[in-house]
Design a protein around this ligand. Structure first.
Ligand SMILES: Cc1cc2nc3c(=O)[nH]c(=O)nc-3n(C[C@H](O)[C@H](O)[C@H](O)COP(=O)(O)O)c2cc1C
Ligand code: SF4
Length: 479
């Protein structure tokens, strides 16, 4: 059996496998922050897919205004969250924890509150808010709680090397850790010893003068000693290098640090693996066996297994890969990796989040609002005459057209494969794009003059069954 599907104990919960859905804001809730039908549907879908741990998107521990964001800041949110935890447990094997967050104020004018504007009373209130929210998480029936200390938010800004405070909460690493550790200890004291607490923080800030793994190791050690049961490592996502758009609030994922947080198609797979590897090694050197969650373009079973085998993580986090196909864990476990609908890391989901729009995956059939579900095992097929793929050069683009495939159940889309010819060599075809089933057509705008391109397409259905590859078509772009 693959190491990925071994049960994995964390304090009082045992995950059915080592696959984790890290928190991913969905923008499905209203500004009231209450759990609604869309939220229930989104998370029960992940549980049916079999992921080991679901971290429910960041929810606020305090009542500050924000766009659409879940909340856990008062008793009025408990019934909805309780119902959510119960439904996720009923739907499948997953364990489920909420990610709880405190954030500072930002304004459309570009102004933002920074940690040096907080009084000692404000800090006490933050500690209390986390403790109370964690207690609510427990009362709601969640299996644990995750403290959000990553990205551009309050506790991450304390940990940051750019923390501007001049008192005992800023400056040295020990001072920058003071508030996060107070929160950690207070949450532990509030929820008791039999409730798992995870922490997510940055292994690297990815901004100028920000901290690197050299600080992240000691941070992980201190948080683990203060009671953290797992360490989930993210990267970047800071305000400091965010793009400034007049009249818009800053979105902390628009600069280089944002790219490192959600590495797009141009980044290699496993782009951030050096981070969990270094932090995990620091924990082990301090005799701590706290599990580490690695994340960042970990979309194939082979890579996920390597992460565990190489000691780059104990648990494998996959946000976008699971958004694209929540059934990925089931498919991997049962040897059907070829049926996974693979994320293409084009970051449409990230752009939706940035614009406060509901976060759907661009690969899903339009208007479905959820990843499709099907148990069908029959792959789609081409018409008797084949796909009849054509490739035509038109004003600096290549237009591909083919005949629609059919499926016993329902078509989902087509994978477009492309190879670029160098001299006489026959080019290797690699996955280039995915197209929804509605259009048996694709425009390739990323072509250069003088090059020859070869294409093929492959249909896939709602269950992810792949049909046969079409014949190839090639085109030379004039000089
Ligand atoms: C739309 C979207 C929303 C996200 N929201 C959160 C969040 O609420 N909390 C968090 O810690 N990370 C959030 N992330 C970051 C992911 O958890 C994850 O670290 C990142 O996407 C890289 O992992 P991946 O390559 O598996 O997608 C979000 C990512 C995306 C794409
Ligand atoms: S929208 Fe794009 S990046 Fe986001 S999950 Fe879907 S395929 Fe992946």
């Amino acid at each position: 059996m693959s190491v990925l599907f071994e049960p994995f104990p964390i304090r009082t919960m045992t995950l059915p496998n080592r696959l984790v859905l890290p928190a991913m804001v969905t923008r499905l809730s209203g500004e009231d922050g209450v759990v609604n039908d869309d939220i229930r549907a989104r998370y029960t879908r992940f549980s049916r897919g079999g992921v080991g741990l679901i971290v429910v998107e960041a929810m606020a521990v305090h009542s500050a205004k924000s766009g659409p964001l879940l909340r856990i800041s008062g008793g009025e949110f408990v019934p909805g969250l309780e119902d959510l935890a119960r439904r996720v447990h009923d739907a499948g094997p997953s364990k489920v924890v909420p990610q709880i967050i405190h954030f500072l104020k930002i304004a459309r004018s570009g102004w933002r509150q920074t940690v040096d504007m907080l009084s000692k009373d404000d800090l006490d209130a933050i500690v209390d808010a986390y403790g109370n929210a964690a207690l609510r998480a427990r009362a709601c029936g969640f299996d644990g709680v995750e403290l959000h200390m990553a990205h551009a938010y309050t506790l991450s800004s304390f940990l940051s090397r750019l923390n501007p405070r001049k008192d005992e909460y800023g400056g040295s690493l020990a001072n920058r850790l003071r508030l996060p550790l107070r929160v950690m200890r207070s949450v532990r004291a509030t929820v008791g010893d039999d409730f798992p607490i995870g922490v997510r923080f940055l292994g690297e800030e990815c901004i100028r003068n920000g901290y690197t793994v050299l600080d992240a190791g000691p941070i992980a050690i201190e948080l683990a000693r203060a009671g953290a049961d797992y360490i989930s490592l993210s990267a970047g996502g800071k305000f400091e290098d965010a793009r400034v758009i007049a009249g818009e609030p800053l979105y902390p994922y628009t600069g280089y640090s944002g790219d490192r947080c959600m590495p797009g198609a141009a980044y290699p797979d496993g782009a951030n693996l050096a981070i969990p590897e270094a932090v995990r090694a620091a924990l082990r050197a301090a005799n701590l066996d706290t599990p580490v969650i690695a994340v960042g373009k970990l979309g194939t079973k082979e890579l996920a297994e390597k992460v565990v085998a190489r000691g780059q993580g104990d648990l494998v986090g996959m946000a976008r890969a699971l958004l694209a196909d929540p059934d990925l864990p089931k498919k991997w476990q049962h040897g059907h990796e070829e049926r996974v609908v693979r994320c293409i890391y084009g970051n449409v989901c990230k752009t939706l989040d940035e614009n406060f729009k509901r976060v759907d995956c661009t690969l899903w059939p339009k208007k479905l609002g959820q990843a499709p579900e099907s148990d069908d095992t029959t792959p789609p097929d081409w018409p008797a005459a084949g796909a009849e793929l054509t490739a035509e050069h038109k004003e600096g683009r290549v237009v591909l057209r083919w005949k629609a495939a059919t499926d016993a159940d329902a078509m989902y889309g087509y994978q477009v494969f492309r190879g670029e010819a160098l001299g006489e060599a026959v080019p290797l075809l690699t996955h280039h794009a995915s197209v929804r089933a509605l259009s048996a057509r694709y425009e390739d705008t990323r072509v250069v003059p003088g090059a020859t391109y070869r294409y093929a397409v492959k249909p896939y259905d709602l269950a992810g069954n792949r049909g046969p590859m079409s014949g190839t078509a090639h085109v030379r772009i004039p000089d």
